[in-house]
Design a protein around this ligand. Structure first.
Ligand code: PDD
Length: 283
């Protein structure tokens, strides 16, 4: 298949599969999701994504009908149905199917959606341009919910400005990107926002921190500011699909470019880990 949609056991092409209007995703965006990538039909860091997914599920008080192991088996089976071995692997759980009422409906169980499409890894070494946008999101950004409207608006604003990503600031503090985490390198130290309710605890962020440990780069997880970012040696954004990319411009100002070797070491380590994992892990 060229693309694959899965809904509670039903399988079809993404363009063709139909979803009931009463799925609470349609009324309230009442659900959580995960996004991973595969290479060689192997989903990278699947266990970490599933753990974060079940954490999001629990934070929305949903009771899954599937275990972590069953979900992993399902995803590993579905990826083999696609023609392409490299895929964007997306899944979400919504609270259920019921007529529209705000409070949780009583007689419903969660719905499981999976969406697979081919994925082409971009050149992570290219420089990207960013804009800054005020963070007007809610206080549950640690939960990977479907409610992404401020992220969508910020991402569109970046696109209109010819930029790859929008960086959110709340007060003076940098939180994260519209669909990425943001980090800076300054005097050999990696600074990244703390894991609180203002950011998504990114899987790539966790891998960056691990690699910093191996490379002897100190990590500071206290909040950093707009000024810190503009004055940084390098500005990095990280996400599942972009790994770790660095910025050359923010809001039209030239930034970063002062610690290219350190940056390259980190990027090389992340890519190497990805290729090693997806070439050697057998499902
Ligand atoms: N987004 N912060 C936000 C708001 C995100 O949406 C994402 C990822 C991240 C990075 O998390 P991770 O390293 O686990 O991918 C941080 C995914 C890719 C998406 O929505 O498609």
């Amino acid at each position: 298949m060229e693309t694959l949609g899965y809904y509670n056991g039903e399988i079809g092409l993404l363009d063709e599969l139909r979803i009931p209007m009463n799925d609470r995703a349609c009324w309230f965006g009442d659900g959580v999701y995960e996004a991973a990538i595969s290479e060689n039909y192997t989903i990278f860091a699947l266990e970490e994504h599933i753990n974060r997914f079940f954490n999001s599920v629990a934070l929305l008080y949903m009771t899954p009908r599937i275990t972590k192991i069953q979900l992993a088996e399902l995803l590993n089976t579905l990826v083999h149905k696609l023609d392409s071995p490299a895929q964007f692997v997306y899944w979400q759980m919504t609270r259920g199917t019921a007529p529209r009422t705000h409070a949780f409906p009583e007689h419903t169980t969660p719905n499981l959606w999976v969406a697979l499409k081919p994925f082409i890894l971009q050149d992570i070494y290219q420089k990207i341009k960013l804009i800054t946008v005020e963070d007007t999101r809610f206080l549950h950004c640690n939960i990977k919910t479907l409610n992404l409207l401020p992220n969508v608006l910020a991402s569109e604003k970046a696109k209109q400005a010819g930029c790859a990503e929008a960086v959110f600031y709340r007060g003076n503090r940098i939180t994260e990107g519209s669909h990425s985490n943001v980090h800076i390198l300054k005097e050999g130290i990696l600074r990244t926002a703390p894991k609180d309710n203002l950011i998504l605890p990114g899987i790539s962020r966790a891998h960056i921190i691990t690699h910093c440990g191996k490379l002897g780069i100190a990590v500071d997880e206290t909040p950093f500011t707009l000024e810190d970012m503009f004055g940084a040696d390098e500005i990095l954004i990280s996400s599942t699909s972009s790994f770790c990319m660095s910025a050359s411009h923010i809001d039209g100002y030239h930034v970063g470019g002062k610690a290219p070797e350190l940056l390259r070491q980190l990027q090389d380590a992340l890519l190497e880990e990805f290729h090693r994992y997806t070439q050697s892990t057998v499902h």
